[in-house]
Design a binder for this molecule. Structure first.
Ligand SMILES: Cc1cc2nc3c(=O)[nH]c(=O)nc-3n(C[C@H](O)[C@H](O)[C@H](O)COP(=O)(O)OP(=O)(O)OC[C@H]3O[C@@H](n4cnc5c(N)ncnc54)[C@H](O)[C@@H]3O)c2cc1C
Length: 386
């Protein structure tokens, strides 16, 4: 009885939080979003506004400035952005809140947590994670960036690319090789690098086919000196740490994909009711009704699966194959839904002023970052055949 009461209270709190998050997105983000898309970046101030509204890193404990809520609350923020077709900002926020903040929380020393987390919650300190390099993405063990010990310091040299929040970032988690004499996975370490450190520089904000409002950059490290205390987690054990944290990242991507598809469907249902073809509404055609029915079914099945995965994650029981299945299946579904819905808009679907065109281009990269669909299938099949 008491458990039921607690669950009901939690569900109610989640809904109140969802309403507040959606209201903020409608009032403070949507009116400016087209401008940010054309700027290729959101203004720095929006991060502080998100922080002031309690929408960043919400599941960080109060001891570090957060609200001590759980993963479901953080997903409410992501869902509010994705359902409103603000996928680029959703991605930037999830990298900051659901990836970088949690690497720090789970792997950081007390000093590191105190130093960065309060600013991440308030939006004064923006986080990025730099794994990918020009020469390697899927094969993380092949990174070429090095960090060499010199007295009490490490000297980092290398280049990263495609880094989300690369232009805005104040702190970057950098994946570097610290031991060149052992096989890839055994000699990798993560470092916390402040953007103000000498030798750190940003390349241009990369031009993409979608996700325009999210800044994506090359980052360069030229004799960047950091103290040994900048190591996140343990020396030479960064690869295992990355693998531990990837489940959360992949589940968040899956949940964001479902939310985006839900938003696109809603917009498409409205459009097909209004649009007239051959003297009747587009929604009266059987093809339209069947396509909408297929899309709604596809989304519903994936929603059920991510809810199952979310419950498992909250109970510390989400396994790698399930997180991989969620990531590959939900992001592929998002792509299918965006494509089917765009077709129902006809020529208008191809016009930038219609949201469905943005949903379509934004959806494409979801199958690439956070581990490509092919890598997800590798992980799933490896488990099946073990
Ligand atoms: C908009 C955007 C934002 C990004 N944000 C970040 C970020 O914040 N931080 C970060 O570190 N990275 C980020 N990335 C990089 C992203 O994670 C990589 O692009 C991705 O992991 C793929 O790596 P790659 O581009 O080097 O492709 P490659 O690894 O070169 O892959 C090329 C092709 O080969 C396939 N392939 C590779 N290995 C295998 C295999 N073993 N079996 C079968 N097929 C395989 C791939 O699936 C793909 O189809 C971002 C990328 C984009 C586009």
């Amino acid at each position: 009885m008491q458990n039921q009461q607690t669950n009901d209270d939690l569900a109610q709190e989640l809904e109140i939080f969802r309403t507040a998050a959606k209201r903020f997105v409608s009032a403070e983000i949507l009116p400016h979003y087209a401008q940010w898309e054309s700027d290729g970046i959101v203004p720095r101030e929006i991060w502080r506004q998100l922080g002031a509204q309690g929408l960043l890193a919400v599941d960080i404990p109060e001891a570090y400035g957060g609200f001590g809520s759980n993963f479901s609350f953080s997903m409410v923020v992501l869902e509010a952005l994705m359902q409103a077709n603000c996928c680029a900002l959703g991605t930037s926020v999830t990298v900051h809140s659901d990836i970088v903040a949690h690497y720090l929380l789970n792997q950081g020393t007390e000093e590191q947590k105190q130093r960065y987390l309060p600013g991440m919650v308030s939006g004064d300190c923006i986080g990025a994670v730099a794994m990918t390099e020009p020469g390697t993405g899927s094969d993380l063990q092949a990174v070429q960036t090095t960090a060499k010990r010199d007295g009490d310091e490490y000297v980092i040299n290398g280049a990263k690319t495609f880094i989300t929040n690369g232009q805005h970032a104040d702190v970057v988690i950098v994946v570097a090789k610290t031991n060149l004499d052992v096989a890839g996975a055994k000699g990798i370490t993560l470092f916390l690098v402040d953007a103000a450190t000498e030798g750190f520089s940003r390349g241009r904000n990369l031009e993409k086919i979608g996700m325009h409002a999210s800044d994506t950059s090359e980052l360069f490290f030229t004799d960047v000196r950091v103290p040994a205390t900048a190591i996140l987690g343990k020396l030479d054990q960064g690869f295992g740490l990355l693998m531990d944290e990837l489940k959360r990242e992949r589940l968040a991507l899956a949940i964001g994909a479902v939310a985006s598809a839900e938003g696109v469907l809603e917009e498409t249902v409205s459009y097909t009711k209004e649009r007239k073809v051959f003297g009747a509404s587009l929604s009266s055609l059987q093809n339209t009704r069947f396509k909408l029915a297929e899309v709604a079914t596809d989304i519903r099945i994936h929603r059920a699966f991510v809810e199952e995965c979310k419950t498992a994650f909250l109970n510390n029981a989400l396994d790698v194959p399930s997180a991989s299945m969620a990531k590959v299946s939900c992001t592929e579904m998002q792509g299918r839904v965006a494509d089917t819905c765009l077709q129902l808009f006809g020529g208008y679907g191809f016009m930038r002023e219609y949201g469905v065109s943005r949903a379509y281009t934004d959806a494409r990269v979801q199958r690439i970052y956070g581990g490509t669909s092919e890598i997800m299938k590798e992980l799933i099949s490896r488990d099946l055949l073990a």
